[in-house]
Design a protein around this ligand. Structure first.
Ligand SMILES: [Zn+2]
Ligand SMILES: [Zn+2]
Length: 178
């Protein structure tokens, strides 16, 4: 018994009647391929892979083996992406994204992440108006007017009322401080 270092599979000496491909010109064969052939009479063709169900390449019991196309085999070994937990820059909700994508976006200079497309759009609208010189807290008060007390009277609020409103908006909307 020997190890085929490259792929981590066990190779064994092929029996004289084994009809398939053998390695090193010495009639060695990967043990899991041999086990498959012994149990099914089928030598895996090019583009067919014998997969180890428990992913242990040393476990060559027939019950642990499965014949797959190369494409299905690749899928079987692809791992789900690593996730990163982020906080929405608009609503502070916690959400997850693929770590890989976030890394790319950070490299591209992205600073804010949003739990949803609609929160991204709302934040961008506010940012756009902000650059035209309208204070953020007024914009936020417009966005959330329905949840604010009537007596502030919208745009006609007094300075004192406006200050109160600003405090209220800031406490309701974590995004006000940037
Ligand atoms: Zn496999
Ligand atoms: Zn959000």
């Amino acid at each position: 018994m020997a190890k085929n270092g490259k792929a981590g599979y066990i190779v064994v000496k092929a029996p004289d009647d084994y009809p398939g491909h053998t390695y090193w010109g010495l009639r060695y064969v990967q043990e899991h391929v041999l086990v498959w052939w012994k149990n099914t009479g089928h030598v895996p063709a090019k583009g067919e892979h014998v997969h180890h169900k428990n992913e242990n390449k040393g476990d060559n019991r027939f019950s642990n083996l499965e014949l797959l196309t190369a494409a299905d085999h690749a899928k079987r070994h692809s791992k789900p992406p690593a996730l990163i937990r982020l906080q929405c820059s608009w609503c502070n909700a916690s959400f997850t994204r693929s770590l890989r994508n976030v890394r790319v976006q950070l490299k591209q200079g992205q600073k804010n992440f949003y739990c949803s497309r609609s929160h991204q759009v709302q934040a961008q609208q506010v940012a756009r108006r902000e650059t035209r010189g309208i204070p953020l807290w007024i914009l936020l008060s417009q966005v959330q007017m329905h949840s604010l007390p009537r007596r502030t009277g919208g745009s006609r609020a007094t300075v004192a009322q406006a200050a109160k409103l600003k405090t209220r908006v800031n406490s309701n909307w974590g995004v006000a401080k940037r």
